[in-house]
Ligand binder design. Sequence first.
Ligand SMILES: NC(=O)c1ccc[n+]([C@@H]2O[C@H](COP(=O)([O-])OP(=O)(O)OC[C@H]3O[C@@H](n4cnc5c(N)ncnc54)[C@H](O)[C@@H]3O)[C@@H](O)[C@H]2O)c1
Ligand SMILES: O=P(O)(O)OC[C@H](O)CO
Length: 337
Amino acid sequence: MSKVTVLGAGSWGTALSIVLANNGHEVILWSALQPEIEMLQTHREQIDKLPGTKLPDNIEITGDLPYACENPDLIVFAVASPYVRSTAKLAAPFIKESQMVVNVAKGIEETTLMTLSEIIEEELNNADVAVLSGPSHAEEVSKGIPTTCVVGAHTKETACFIQNIFMNERFRVYTSPDIVGIELGSSLKNVIALAAGVADGLGYGDNTKAALITRGIAEMSRLGIAMGGRMETFAGLSGVGDLIVTCTSKHSRNRGAGYLMGKGYTMKEAMDEVKQVVEGVYSAKAALGLAKKYDVSMPIVEQINKVLFEDKSAKEAVTDLLLRDKRREYSDLEWEK
Ligand SMILES: NC(=O)c1ccc[n+]([C@@H]2O[C@H](COP(=O)([O-])OP(=O)(O)OC[C@H]3O[C@@H](n4cnc5c(N)ncnc54)[C@H](O)[C@@H]3O)[C@@H](O)[C@H]2O)c1
Ligand SMILES: O=P(O)(O)OC[C@H](O)CO
C-alpha cells in the first residue's frame, strides 16, 4: 500500500482517486476550490461531474496543500492545464527532493509552448516527473469500465512503480520511455476533437469524422516526431487511441464544445455550456505555435484556430481544408519510377 496525493478534484482527479483507493492506497485528494472541497466532504461524491459514484472511505479530502504534499510516495497532478504552473509553484516549498510526480492533465502552455511535465519539472526542483495518458473518460473509469492507459517516465523503475500503483483488473497500464510523444498526443488530440465536434455540429457524417481522425493523427505525429516523439506512440493509446475516444465519445468535453460551435454557439458560449475544462481551446494556439517553430504543416490545427479566434465560419474552414493544395497522402511515400 502506498500514500498517494492527487492535486485537483475535478472529474479526472476524482476518478483516479477512486481507482487508487480501490487498489488499497491511502489517498489524499486536494482541491484549490472551497466549494468543491465542501461538496466532496459533505456528500462523499463529485456530485457535479461524477454523480452516483461514492468516494471510498480511504480518500481524504483537503484544501491544505502543505499537508497534502507531506511525504507521499506519489503526487498526481490532475488540475486543469491553465493551473498546472500555479499549483506546482504553490506546492514547491512543501515537496521533498526527488518526489515522484505523475502528470495526468493534457495541455501545452501557450506563452512558453512547454508541455505540462516540463512545467512541473521547472517549478519543482529535482522532482521525478512522469505522465499518464490514454483513452480514459472519468465517467467510465469511476464506474470501473475497462480502460487502458500508458505511463511515460524517465526511468523504467519509475514507470513500473506508477504502473503498479494504478493497475487493476479494470484499469490496465502500459509503460513507455516516450514522455514527449505521450504528452503531445494527449494535448493535440483535444484540438482535433474540437474540429470533429464542429463537423458533427454542422451535420456532417462518419466519412468526415474518419477523415479528421486519420488526417489528425498524421499532423499530430508529424509535429510529435519533429519534437523527438516516436511514431509508435502516436499509433498507440495516448495517440490514436485517445484521439478516437475524444472524437467519438458522448462524454467528450472537447468534441462537445466543437459540436456546439458547429451549431452556431460562440467559443465562450460553448465552453460555458460544457461546464468542465475544454483543454483544446487552451492548447490550440500553442499547437499552432509549435507547428511554426518546428516548421510542420498542421492544416486542421490552423483552421480550428481561425474558427476559435478569428470568427471564421466552421463551414468555410471545412471547405478550405478540402480544397487545399493537392498532395500525396504521405510525402515520404514515393513512386519507384
Ligand atoms: N475528465 C476526463 O475524463 C479526463 C481524462 C483524462 C485526462 N483529463 C485531463 O485532466 C485534467 C483535468 O480535467 P478534468 O476533467 O478533471 O477537469 P474539470 O473541469 O472537471 O476539473 C478541473 C479541476 O481543476 C481544479 N482547478 C480549477 N481551478 C483551479 C485553480 N485556480 N487552481 C488549482 N486548481 C484548480 C479543480 O479541482 C477543478 O475541479 C485536464 O487536463 C483534462 O484534459 C481529463
Ligand atoms: O474527451 P475529452 O475532451 O473529454 O477529454 C478527456 C480525456 O482526455 C479523454 O481521454
